[in-house]
Each structure stands twice: as C-alpha cells, then as structure tokens.
Design a protein around this ligand. Structure first.
Ligand code: TYD
Length: 192
C-alpha cells in the first residue's frame, strides 16, 4: 500500500503523516514514512537551489525537474515492500504540480510509482503563505495559486481524497483516517 500526501507548502503534511502513522501502528499495521526531497546528495542540492531568487524561472525549474526525478529514483526500491503501509510526504505529483512543462515532467517521471491512494491536503493559498517561512522562492501567493489549481486537476488521475486542510488539526486528522481506513482493512465508522 503506497499512500502519497500532497498539498501546497504549509498544508500540514508532515504533522498529519505522523498522526496517521501512529494511528495505523496502534491498529497493528507496519508503517514506513518517506519524504521528498530526500536527504540524499541530490536532495541537499535541491534544497539549496530552492532558496535561489530565480528558482521559479523556466531555466531553474527545468533543472529542478531533473533533480527531483533523480532524487526520487534513488528511493524507488523502498516503495516495493508489500508488507508495509508506505506513506510519502510528496511524490512525482509534486513535480507535475510545481514544475513545467507537463509533458516533459511526465517523461522524466515515467518510472515513478503511482500511489494507491493520493491524499490531497487542500489549503487556502493566503493561509499557506502566512504559515510558511518564505525562505523558499516557491512560497509566494501567485506561484502557489497556480500550484493549487494544478493539484486539483491532477488529483482526478489517481484514486484520491481531497481533504480540507483549513480545518483544525484533529478534524483534518480524522478526515484522513476515514479516507485511509477501508483501504487498509480498518473500519471507517470506527474513526472518531
Ligand atoms: P517541502 O516538502 O515544502 O520541504 P520543507 O518542509 O523542508 O520546506 O518541499 C520543498 C519544496 O520543494 C516545496 O516548495 C515543494 C517543492 N517540490 C517541487 O517543486 N517539486 C517536487 O517534485 C517536490 C518533491 C517538491
């Protein structure tokens, strides 16, 4: 089972993944979590480039598209464990939402694994900007408005659930558990 969390910056992905992980483990499931960009050499380089003022220009976006695909390729084997629920903080769907052009990003990610379930944490863009540090060049309203729209369209291509991430942390968490429960053989009506 490969579950991917996506959403614009500040949507609460890492907090919610931790809460879901603890709940699944309390229900006897084995869980592994992953984060993209990873902490590999490529991931470190990506984080540096994200802080460049020109990170949203076409040239740097194309470079990032290549690097994100390479970083992802390095962890491909971790997604093959059939016994575990693998939860990932971002995936190639981030590249499709943030980088352009779409056809080229799709080619670069030809071998990326498709999620069994996509959880899209949908957050208001103004809230996103207020919540983030503004350290990365992507963390601005105009850019993230486009990314959010891309996500809502992209979600249609996958088995997905759109969760309203403007709600309080516990409400968001229980909405996620309800969406995940039946997929992993747990009872959706038992989620509070
Ligand atoms: P993020 O998850 O926000 O990391 P942090 O919590 O350390 O800020 O990821 C960093 C940024 O990378 C984020 O703005 C989204 C962007 N990103 C892409 O543009 N394309 C991708 O393929 C991925 C995985 C991330």
């Amino acid at each position: 089972m490969y579950i991917v969390f996506e959403g614009i910056d500040g949507a609460g992905k890492s907090t919610q993944i931790q809460m879901l992980k603890e709940w699944l483990e309390a229900n006897g499931l084995e869980v592994e979590t992953l984060v993209e960009p990873t902490d590999s050499e490529v991931g470190k380089l990506i984080r540096k480039i994200l802080q460049r003022p020109d990170a949203t220009t076409d040239r740097v976006q194309k470079t990032l598209g290549l690097l994100f695909a390479a970083d992802r390729m390095l962890i491909m084997d971790k997604l093959e464990d059939e016994k575990k629920v693998i939860i990932s903080d971002r995936s190639f769907i981030s590249s499709l939402a943030y980088q352009e052009p779409a056809e080229w990003i799709a080619i670069l990610n030809k071998y990326a694994k498709k999620p069994d379930l996509l959880i899209l944490l949908d957050l208001d863009v103004k809230t996103s900007v207020a919540r983030t540090s503004g350290e990365d060049t992507f963390e601005n309203e105009e850019f993230l408005t486009g990314v959010r729209e891309n996500y809502l369209k992209l979600a249609e291509n996958f088995e997905h659930e759109i969760i309203n991430a403007n709600n309080g942390i516990n409400k968001v968490s229980s909405d996620i558990k309800k969406a995940v429960a039946s997929k992993v053989g747990l009872c959706p009506d038992c989620v509070r």
